[in-house]
Design a binder for this molecule. Structure first.
Ligand code: TXA
Ligand code: MG
Length: 298
């Protein structure tokens, strides 16, 4: 199903067989929990045991929209969705087709991004066909996703709210509603090489700060034909290198990110030098995805 962020692989949250298929089709480990999609605040109430004040303010500010809240789960939400956790991630997607599906079903819908585990998220119906092919019963074509990067995830089950994943709602906007800084989850440091690559195309992604492209390209010396630079329009690209144009700003970079990584694979590009945007607005999410796509690179 389409959402404003990326396409989701949807299953009725109360249908155990459908949930099992979601994990099988994605090739996703069972312990990796799914986001539950609801029509709004009332349906959120059926998924959780309580909505703290900060969560309620966020819901009213950003739903429907690209903000996922982690709260204590109710009995409606099975272990299969949460990987056995006592918390659940919930959001109300902002896409008319998918809102209608949830409203008519009158139950929440669990949906991870509709890609194979670890790969690039789909932002068009054609991307879903390419990723999952015969594995799914139906693809609802709602056109290209408006935002192109996944939702922002905020954990509200601790003493203070925690950012689990930057996404479509800028961190600054969440902080403004909460009236407090939103620290990022700083879990145990993971050794390079042990970190599973995520959001990754077939091409090797090397993430660099703007200004480092030339130096990095000289150090890498891949063949020019098999190398491209993913960057905003105003960043110069070394002579002879292909450009994957992320457009003028952080919003266009988010919209085009996954499309351009898929395009790189289609064109047989083996190395993508990705220029990191500044860490503001959607740029924070774009940086996060590029660094994860590049996680196997020292
Ligand atoms: O924009 C989005 O959020 C898209 C669209 C389809 O809604 N969905 C999406 O789902 O990105 P997925 O499965 O690719 O990512 C879900 C993320 C994972 O990082 C997972 O660990 C986290 O949500 N998550 C889910 N339940 C959680 C929980 N109870 N506690 C902490 N993290 C959770
Ligand atoms: Mg995903």
């Amino acid at each position: 199903m389409p959402t404003e962020t990326v396409y989701g692989l949807a299953a009725d949250v109360t249908d155990g067989a459908a949930l099992t298929r979601v994990f099988a089709v994605k090739g996703r480990p069972a312990a990796h929990p799914l986001i539950v999609h609801v029509s709004g605040e009332a349906m959120l109430g059926t998924c959780v045991t309580g909505v703290p004040d900060g969560a309620r303010r966020l819901v009213r500010a950003f739903w429907p929209g690209p903000l996922t809240l982690v709260l204590r789960r109710s009995r409606l939400v099975p272990d299969a969705v949460t990987g056995g956790r006592d918390t659940v991630a919930v959001r109300a997607p902002d896409h008319p087709l998918t809102r209608e599906v949830i409203e008519r079903l009158d139950r929440p819908v669990a949906a991870p991004s509709a890609n194979r585990f670890g790969r690039v998220s789909p932002t068009t119906a054609a991307d879903v066909e390419e990723s999952l092919g015969e594995g799914v019963d139906l693809v609802l074509d709602g056109g290209p996703c408006r935002l192109g990067v996944e939702s922002t995830i905020v954990d509200l089950t601790r003493d203070t709210p925690l950012l689990l994943r930057p996404g479509g709602v800028p961190v600054e906007a969440v902080e403004a509603i909460l009236g407090a800084p939103l620290p990022a989850d700083s879990g145990p440091p993971r050794a390079p090489g042990m970190l599973a690559t995520h959001y990754a195309p077939q091409a090797r992604v090397v993430a660099v700060e703007a200004g480092d492209v030339g130096r990095l390209f000289a150090a890498m010396r891949p063949s020019v034909e098999a190398c491209a630079v993913l960057c905003p329009t105003d960043i110069p690209v070394p002579e002879g290198l292909a450009r994957l144009d992320a457009g003028p700003n952080d919003v266009s970079y988010g919209q085009r990110l996954y499309t351009l990584l898929r395009e790189a694979d289609r064109r047989g590009i083996r190395h993508v030098i990705a220029v990191l945007p500044p860490a503001t607005g959607i740029g924070t999410a774009v940086r996060d995805r590029l660094l994860k796509a590049a996680a196997d690179v020292p």
